[in-house]
Design a protein around this ligand. Structure first.
Ligand code: SF4
Length: 1532
């Protein structure tokens, strides 16, 4: 096979190529979007390769649609827009598509149909739709599929009518197929195609017939038999000249003199045809417009085939006869193997027998059939491959009968056969059976040839896309056995195909019937009670109660079982009669699952029928259009808003929900829909491109859609108890249409009144024009400012992630100004690109993000510069400075990423004709002064090139503001926080307040998932705040748990994070809700003060479920230390807790000044962390903190004192060897009563000796290493009235939690839950948050948060156990059956909220572990604990450096890998690989796990193993962390 296509789908690939070449749009119908069809791979390849379609003259658009998503709906839009559209599909969709087929038949659509099942196709799928108006062409071999496939397009374009081209894929399986012959494509008439493409159609309805009809324009009068040109035109109600929309063709149009293709250029309606034509009429030649006839089809086809024959030498006809010219028996074959039958007849010894095959099935040209039969024929055998016969005579039999009868001549005998599956080798035998039978005097009719069942074949099942199950799960969780989904996929329904039962229309019919049956039952019960012919009294009592409550689901369901048992016991005839309908005593929650496909033509859709019926039916409609694809498919134009439609109707409950945005709101909406008496429509958003889309992508798409208002979350109740409950807006931004509706009906004021904070969002109108306008205004304003200044202009543009490039740019701007230049400084993406060519001097600074990418605020600018083809910079001088780190990518092949954005930009500007002022400047973090080293030289060259290097008398530059300045200026942490909170024009607070609020326990963040989209829309980033509580030892009462849960739901993002430092953290608290949240935390008797910032933070303590008494003694010390080291400022109370009219308001600048006896006005140089561990559990990672206390038990079993470690710490900067993680060093033993003093004095020595100039070198670990351990200890002892004693013996066994139930020494019970990465949230699969809340309601003990981000329900007395266990079971919280790896894992938050994150962590680690679990299973290590940790950056919040294996984010999707940490947190790990991605991680981990399983020694831990086998060198302490890293050698 030379260059042929060879694959199982070779034939499919060929058809796909033809469809692509002959169309503007190809609708590729697939079993699921994740499962390829016989055509889709090829289509995808062509589209991705931007192959140019012959008729489109550009790449064709390929739309992928699932076969159960009403695929032919996707044809209407493009075909009506004048785009030649074809479909590739299997025959399984055809029956359901009948209503569309009738309408599409009058458009030049081509549907290429692969018959199913391919081993033994069922032709009933074709015969059933034979009258839908399409032309049907069949191809039977790999060779003719090309010719007939192209003919189908040529015919459709010429006739204006739809063509179905059907074939059997199996025919191409064994054969090699020659490449597509481009010459054959020439039979497609491009002029007519372009004529069609030049106009849009005016039809819009999908569910009603607008009477469109394909017409032909005949030039030269009615005698001319070959149609000159096709001209489909609309006749009908919405069209032009008919009243009922049927067949009112124009018989005459005015004469048109030019060529036919131009003459009939208007195809939108016959009225406009008239007008256009009239205006151009110059000729006398008559023109006739009339509907396309069968004869026309035949004529066009004959012409097409003769042209084809001239090109290829192959000939075709509507019916093709193979066999002797004097045949007496003719066998007409309509089945998958007709080609084999034809060739078999040639070599058979059957004598005067021939085979007839069908090329053109519809229109059925009976006369042509009769004409092709040999004159000698006496008998015709009709073989139809129809698997399930429903009528005695097959459709082809009847067609044939009719044809030969009407042909006249001597009567022929017709005998019908049912053609089953015939193996190729048995075809001669089958032919013999057929001929033997037919030659009988009285041949038997309907003889079956071959096997009717055919070979076993897996058919393509209709599947509910996996992702859509999310909503089904919520429904079944909420309504349990009450749930009835009328159109459930896979539901059994006798005799009706699942494809039909799954349709909403079928479901609605079924539901209506069900509702009526229940109503009948209610009537029956009423009658039975009135007659009272029961044999006992009980049924009367319970039935009366039931009758009263029959519409109340809870109560009628409660009574239903009682009713049934009383009727069963009664045994009277009336009781038995009622029992016949017993399932209807239960009141179901009845749902229909609809499709957003209905939004195309709402007035005729299932939604309309449901609403109009007024029935109490709930409908869930899932919209899966990804937000990012909305523009590409022009969703707004195509779809109508179902929600608005339903709200306008006035009688329906309507909700718009998104499970990946607010699970709680989904629950509320579904409950409300269920309770609403009348139709309810719940519109549910679930955006995905493929069914196996990652949840993270779905989440990000959903967030953007909700945030921007494309998919607002709301609930609408037309008959609320209180008027203000009519409309609830549950997200923050509404789309315009809904807003208009509310405004019109005056509900907007209600919404505004309830949510004044939404006012801006509601009335805002956003879009990309706004963004360009903003850019324009900013630049113009700048220029105005500079007007009148002398000196050359210099525009400084920056792209900056962490502020370095931005600060440098601003400083450069100031320095330029000082040198007399007119300078403008702005972010690259804020700069209006259209001005670039007119700049005189432009200077650009860019740092390096990710894998050598531009930082976020320079990406669009770079894309524009990179892709511009007409940007001429011939008059522009430019200079570029790049910032990066030459060691960031240790591998040789990655070195190109170093300063890549800057270098690329420089080169591109040269290419565009710009004149460089300097070479590209390179700033390297590895230089002695970091990037400043290279920058200083570059800046000097720049001034020189601009001729301003010799300027005298430059002013002194003010030193940059440091954190220390901010603290001093803040008046004990007040700053301007209070004023900032009152500013409603922005969701942000000032930069210096952002530093100060950390001391108050809150950080400003922005949602990084939304950054790009919001920027695109001209919005500021989605700012919100993270709030961290202070919770010494991680103990919370049940009441506090409920209060925390409330805060997260009402004021945060509906989730809570249990942190690695045993406290609650809330994310997504917007500025306006910050004070209420702080106040709510305070009401729960908690605080957030000093939870972050340069102070002592939350003090941790082992959670120790095994020994409650001992635990409470140790925990009391953690509380005492925490209180002792609390800052004293009253700013916290003033800012957050005091009411507006409170008596004491001390804001910045007031006379009263606070006092911080311990900290002083500048607090500590850096954060300070203390933890307590109780051996043998190192679950708080005692070596990782500034102070680590190891509890020592006395011989009396009580707490005696602590061994004190100091100088542990995790924060590191990638590639900066001056930074390193460190383990705490032993100071000695301290008795329990004075341990708080020891902590205080260590803190004070750090306060006075820590580095306040360089925050990267300010932690206690560096102070101790710089001063020397002994010197530091002496300095502490000098402040203490005692000395450290020698440490007492202790032993740690592990640093992970023990999951499941444990009993303590008091007989109380404790259960440790596995909370993956500490995230408390509800999902459709796991209602964890709700479950824990329910437990909190009944718990008499307490909750303990562990240092591994898990949770213990503690101190449960035996009596309370059953209730807790029941709830745990109900909410699946009792599951601890996870792999040892998962149970020992932890991850920090990272994306989307952490501003420092370079890579995903919490959202990714679970996925990575899943990918490793099968390897663990195979290796027999499922239960073994391996401590694995991940963080999104080297700040190290999840303490990765102490894990046996760790991954630390380097760039998006890339991690540094560390190995060799100590199992119980006693040893740091070491860098093994740098910047590796998932595939490389798996490549390393999988064999390593295998080796560990086989080669480990008894009891040997994974980290130790890696060191023993030489994978990694052990790290002794922080200062040798960077030595001997093995990241350039592969050892396994
Ligand atoms: S480790 Fe880094 S990415 Fe993770 S939460 Fe901490 S600062 Fe953010």
């Amino acid at each position: 096979m030379a260059n042929g296509v060879e694959s199982q789908n070779a034939l499919g690939a060929r058809v796909a190529e033809i469809a692509y070449q002959c169309s503007d749009v190809v609708v590729s119908v697939q079993p699921t979007l994740a499962t390829e069809s016989a055509f889709s791979t090829q289509l995808q390849a062509l589209a991705e390769g931007q192959a140019v379609s012959r008729v489109s003259r550009k790449p064709a658009e390929v739309i992928h649609v699932r076969n159960n998503a009403d695929p032919l709906l996707s044809v209407f839009r493009p075909i009506r827009e004048g785009k030649l559209t074809s479909v590739t599909t299997s025959s399984s969709i055809l029956l359901r598509a009948i209503p569309h087929l009738y309408k599409l038949a009058n458009y030049p659509v081509v549907i290429h149909v692969a018959l199913e099942p391919s081993q033994y196709p069922d032709y009933s799928n074709i015969t059933a739709i034979r009258n839908c108006g399409f032309t049907f062409l069949q191809s039977s071999t790999a060779e003719d599929v090309q010719d007939i496939g192209i003919s189908a397009h040529a015919l459709a374009i010429k006739s204006g009518k739809g063509v179905i081209h059907f074939f059997n894929l199996a025919n191409g399986q064994q054969e090699a197929i020659e490449p597509l012959d481009p010459q054959a494509l020439e039979i497609v008439d491009l002029d007519t195609a372009h004529l069609f493409q030049s106009k849009k159609s005016s039809e819009s309805a999908i569910y009603v017939d607008e009477g469109r009809q394909a017409n032909l324009t005949i030039i030269g009068g009615p005698d001319r038999d070959t149609p000159a040109i096709t001209q489909p035109a609309t006749n009908g109600t919405n069209g032009t000249n008919g009243t009922n929309g049927h067949k009112a063709p124009q018989s005459k149009a005015p004469g048109i003199s030019h060529e036919s293709s131009v003459a009939s250029s208007n195809r939108a309606s016959s009225v406009s045809t008239d007008q256009d034509a009239t205006s151009e009429a110059t000729s006398v030649e008559p023109i006739t417009i009339r509907p396309v006839t069968s004869e026309d089809i035949y004529q066009i086809l004959t012409t097409t085939w003769s042209r084809l024959s001239a090109i290829t030498g192959r000939s075709y006809a509507p019916f093709e006869y193979h066999g002797p010219g004097d045949a007496e028996v003719v066998i007409l074959v309509f089945g998958g193997d007709e080609a084999e039958f034809s060739s078999a007849i040639k070599s058979s010894s059957l004598g005067k027998v021939g085979i007839l095959t069908i090329r053109l099935y519809r229109p059925w040209l009976g006369a042509k059939l009769a004409a092709v039969l040999p004159k000698t024929a006496k008998k015709v055998a009709v073989l139809e491959q129809i698997r399930r016969k429903t009528t005695k005579w097959g459709p082809l039999f009847l067609d044939t009968l009719q044809s030969v009868r009407s042909a006249g001549g001597s009567p022929l005998e017709i005998v019908g056969y049912q053609l089953g599956h015939v193996h190729q080798a048995s075809i001669p035998q089958a032919l013999k059976i057929v001929t033997d039978n037919i030659q009988q005097e009285k041949p038997a009719q309907n003889v079956v040839i071959g096997s009717v069942d055919g070979p076993q074949e897996t058919s393509t099942a209709v599947a509910q896309p996996q992702v859509e199950n999310a909503y089904m799960k919520v429904l079944s969780q909420l309504f349990g056995h009450r749930l009835y989904i009328a159109n459930q996929l896979g539901a059994e329904s006798t005799g009706v195909s699942t494809e039909v039962t799954a349709t909403p229309e079928y479901g609605f019919g079924a539901l209506t019937a069900r509702i009526e049956r229940r109503q009948r039952l209610v009537k029956q019960v009423e009658g039975a009670l009135a007659e009272n012919k029961f044999s006992s009294k009980k049924p009367v009592d319970v039935l009366s109660k039931w009758l009263v409550n029959s519409e109340n689901s809870d109560q009628s369901n409660e009574l239903a079982s009682e009713v049934i048992s009383s009727l069963t016991a009664d045994k009277s005839p009336v009781a038995s009669q009622l029992l016949g309908e017993k399932s209807h005593f239960y009141k179901e929650s009845q749902w229909l699952i609809g499709s957003d496909a209905w939004s195309y033509d709402l007035g005729n859709s299932g939604v309309h029928h449901v609403i109009a019926s007024g029935a109490n039916v709930n409908m869930l409609i899932i919209d899966s259009t990804p937000y990012s694809k909305r523009a590409a498919i022009n969703a707004e134009q195509r779809k109508k808003d179902i929600g608005l439609y339903a709200m306008n109707f006035g009688n329906a409950y309507v909700a718009s929900v998104a499970v990946y945005s607010s699970y709680t709101q989904v629950l509320e909406a579904m409950i409300e829909a269920d309770q609403f008496k009348g139709p309810s429509i719940v519109l549910a958003y679930l955006p995905y491109n493929k069914e196996d889309e990652s949840p993270l992508t779905i989440l990000q798409e959903t967030k953007n859609a909700v945030d921007i208002g494309y998919w607002p979350l709301y609930r609408w109740n037309p008959h609320p108890e209180k008027p203000e409950d009519r409309f609830h807006l549950d997200s923050e931004r509404l789309k315009k249409e809904v807003e208009d509706f509310l405004r019109r009906d005056n509900y907007l004021t209600q919404v505004m009144r309830r949510h004044p904070e939404f006012a801006n969002n509601l009335s805002g109108s956003y879009g990309s024009e706004v963004r360009s306008l903003q850019k324009r205004r900013a630049k113009d304003a700048y220029e105005q400012l500079l007007e009148g200044l002398a000196g050359a202009p210099m525009t400084v543009l920056f792209a900056s992630d962490n502020g370095n490039a931005e600060n440098l740019a601003k400083r450069l701007g100031n320095r330029g100004k000082a040198r007399g230049l007119k300078t403008i400084v702005m972010a690259m993406d804020d700069y209006p690109m259209e001005d670039l060519y007119s700049e005189e001097n432009v200077v650009m600074l860019s740092s390096t993000a990710g894998q050598g990418e531009f930082p976020q605020n320079g990406r669009s600018f770079w894309e524009a510069v990179k892709n511009s083809t007409d940007l001429d910079l011939a008059t522009v001088n430019f200079a570029v400075f790049a910032l990066g780190d030459s060691h960031y990518w240790p591998r040789k092949e990655d070195k190109i990423y170093y300063n890549k954005p800057g270098k690329d930009l420089h080169n591109r500007l040269v290419t565009l004709g710009g004149s460089p002022l300097t070479d590209c400047g390179l700033g390297d973090d590895q230089d002695p002064d970091g990037f400043q080293t290279g920058y200083a030289d570059w800046e000097a060259l720049l001034w020189k090139a601009l001729g301003v290097d010799k300027v005298e008398g430059l002013p002194d530059e003010p030193p940059p503001i440091t954190n220390e300045d901010i603290k001093i200026e803040s008046n004990f942490l007040r700053g301007t926080i209070k004023e900032g909170l009152e500013d409603t024009t922005t969701g942000a607070i000032s930069a210096s307040d952002q530093q100060l609020t950390k001391f108050h326990g809150t950080y400003m963040q922005d949602d990084r998932d939304l950054r790009d989209e919001r920027k695109e829309q001209g919005l500021e980033p989605a700012y919100s705040f993270m709030i961290r509580c202070r919770l010494a030892g991680g103990i919370s009462t049940p009441q506090q748990w409920i209060q925390m849960d409330d805060i997260s739901t009402e004021l945060g993002n509906q989730t809570m994070k249990l942190t690695t430092r045993q406290t609650f953290q809330f994310h997504g608290v917007v500025k306006g809700k910050l004070r209420p949240a702080m106040q709510a935390i305070n009401r729960a008797l908690m605080t957030t003060i000093a939870a972050c910032g340069d102070v002592n933070r939350n003090v941790m303590c082992s959670s120790l479920p095994q020994a409650s008494k001992y635990h409470s003694e140790v925990w009391a010390v953690s509380q005492k230390i925490s209180d002792h080291l609390l800052p004293s400022t009253t700013a916290y109370h003033e800012i957050w807790l005091q009411e507006e009219n409170g008596s004491k308001t001390q804001v910045a600048g007031n006379a009263i000044v606070d006092h911080e006896p311990m900290y002083g006005p500048t607090y500590l140089p850096r954060k300070f962390k203390i933890t307590i561990a109780i051996p043998p559990h190192n679950d708080t990672d005692v070596y990782a903190h500034d102070i680590g206390l190891i509890a020592i038990k006395g011989s009396d079993g009580h707490l005696k004192g602590f061994n004190l470690l100091a100088g542990g710490g995790m924060g590191v900067t990638h590639n900066n060897k001056k930074t390193y993680p460190q383990v705490g060093r032993m100071f000695g033993y301290v008795p329990k009563d004075v341990v708080h003093l020891a902590c205080e004095k260590i803190m004070l020595v750090q306060r006075d000796n820590g580095d306040r100039k360089n925050r990267k070198h300010a932690r206690l670990k560096y102070t101790i290493d710089d001063m020397g351990l002994d010197v530091f200890i002496s300095a502490v002892e000098a402040l203490l009235p005692f000395k450290f004693e020698p440490p007492k013996p202790f032993k740690f066994a592990s640093n992970i939690d023990t999951f499941g139930w444990q009993k303590d020494e008091n007989g109380l019970n404790h259960f440790t839950f596995f909370i993956e990465n500490g995230r408390i949230e509800d999902t459709p699969d796991f209602a964890m948050k709700t479950g824990l809340r329910e437990i909190a309601k009944v718990l008499k003990g307490e909750f303990r948060l562990t240092g591994n981000q898990h949770l213990i329900v503690s101190n449960v007395a035996d009596a309370g156990l059953p209730a807790i266990k029941k709830l745990m079971k109900k909410y699946k919280l009792d599951n601890t059956n996870f792999s040892g790896l998962r149970l020992s894992s932890s991850a920090c938050v990272a994306f989307p909220t952490c501003g420092l994150a370079m890579a995903e962590s919490e959202r990714y680690l679970p996925e990575l572990i899943t990918k490793l679990e099968s390897t663990l299973e195979e290796a027999g290590l499922r239960q073994d604990s391996i401590v694995m940790r991940m963080t999104g950056c080297p700040n190290g919040c999840a303490r990765p450096w102490l894990a046996e294996v760790a991954f630390v984010g380097k760039a998006f999707g890339a991690y540094n890998m560390y190995l060799g940490g100590g199992y119980h947190g006693q040893r740091l790990n070491k860098l093994y690989r740098s910047s590796i991605k998932e595939d490389e991680i798996l490549e390393i981990m999988k064999p390593l796990i295998g080796r560990y399983a086989k080669e480990r020694e008894e009891g040997e831990r994974f980290g130790d193993f890696c060191i023993r086998i030489g994978m990694i060198v052990a790290t002794k302490e922080g200062r040798d962390f960077h030595d001997n890293a093995s990241c350039d050698t592969i050892l396994i």
